[in-house]
Ligand binder design. Structure first.
Ligand SMILES: [Fe+2]
Ligand SMILES: [Fe+2]
Length: 307
């Protein structure tokens, strides 16, 4: 029998070391600086849209960045449910495992509140009210209807994707023109997500040790969850384009609208699906669970890279 307790203990220690408070990162009265792009173009794909002016590209970048923050708030709704459920399973079981999973739960709730504070500050300062999805509870319930193993694999993807976002578009990029406050949010989000990825892996190992036959179905569920995620991204994209039209104060032609939709869909799919699937740590953790799992993701990846 696998003794994972030292690993759970180490997750608690790392979590205590990097823990931050919302008020330190984003004080309540924060006024955002709308002269900056918030997210790198690698995650918004706004710079290459030929018929938008420089000012309009900046507005689209900011709309996408606000939606990015909102989508984390939105998706962490299921992550809270997952972590709380896994923690509950350790009640009267292993207290170290339970503590690590409760911290995981608490941190996801904190991230939701951080992103909600950001979108609140954004709404206050932006020129129009941004339209955002509001069915996170329904989506979280649909996600949690899958097996815990399927959702853990999906969550591992999401969390290692946030690492890719921070490492590739902030840390290695060193683009001085990006908003420092938003870059700092990405950094601190990832600092806590790093422990979550270890816990997802440990919990997945725990399930597989008890029921080795559950992997196949879980991988099929992961594929379904990616499809559902794509639907959610598309729904937010439709709202982003509505917000953009209001913000720029003109109606796009059908051709422009189509071009905007295609380029932004590519950007969303790459940022949230492609970047997760190709994350080296995602692939190596899957391989450690089973080479079949890594193989399955590698086979599936081209569908999304080319989309
Ligand atoms: Fe999070
Ligand atoms: Fe997380």
């Amino acid at each position: 029998m696998l003794n994972q307790t030292p690993e759970y203990q180490s997750c608690i220690q790392s979590s205590e070391k990097v823990s931050w408070r919302i008020d330190e990162l984003l004080p309540k009265d924060t006024v955002l600086d709308f002269s900056h792009r918030f997210l790198s173009d690698a995650l918004t794909g706004t710079e290459a849209i030929p018929f938008l002016s420089t000012e309009e590209r900046l507005l689209l970048n900011q709309i996408r960045s606000n939606s990015y923050a909102h989508l984390f708030l939105f998706l962490e709704e299921y992550a809270v449910a997952l972590a709380a459920q896994r923690a509950g399973l350790e009640l009267h079981g292993n207290p170290t495992h339970m503590r690590a999973l409760l911290r995981f739960t608490e941190e996801e709730l904190k991230h939701q509140q951080l992103f909600a504070r950001f979108t609140g500050a954004f709404a206050k300062g932006f020129k129009v009210a941004p339209a955002l999805l509001d069915n996170q509870v329904e989506v979280a319930r649909a996600i949690m209807a899958k097996s815990n193993l399927g959702v853990l694999i999906f969550n591992l993807h999401m969390e290692l994707m946030t690492q890719q976002h921070y490492q590739e578009t902030v840390r290695s990029n060193k683009d001085e023109s990006l908003d420092p406050l938003f870059c700092n949010l990405l950094k601190h989000h990832w600092l806590e997500e790093a422990q979550h990825t270890r816990l997802d892996f440990l919990e997945a190992q725990k399930i597989l040790a008890e029921s080795p036959g559950s992997l196949d179905a879980a991988l099929a569920e992961y594929t379904e969850l990616l499809q559902a995620l794509r639907g959610t991204l598309n729904a937010q994209l439709a709202l982003d384009l509505q917000t953009l039209e209001k913000a720029v104060g003109r109606t796009f032609t059908p051709e422009e609208r189509q071009q905007l939709h295609e380029s932004q869909e590519r950007s969303y799919v790459w940022g949230f699906i492609g970047m997760g699937m190709k994350a080296p740590l995602f692939l190596s953790r899957l391989r450690a669970l089973s080479p079949v799992a890594e193989q399955r993701v590698l086979e599936l990846a081209p569908t999304y890279y080319c989309a």
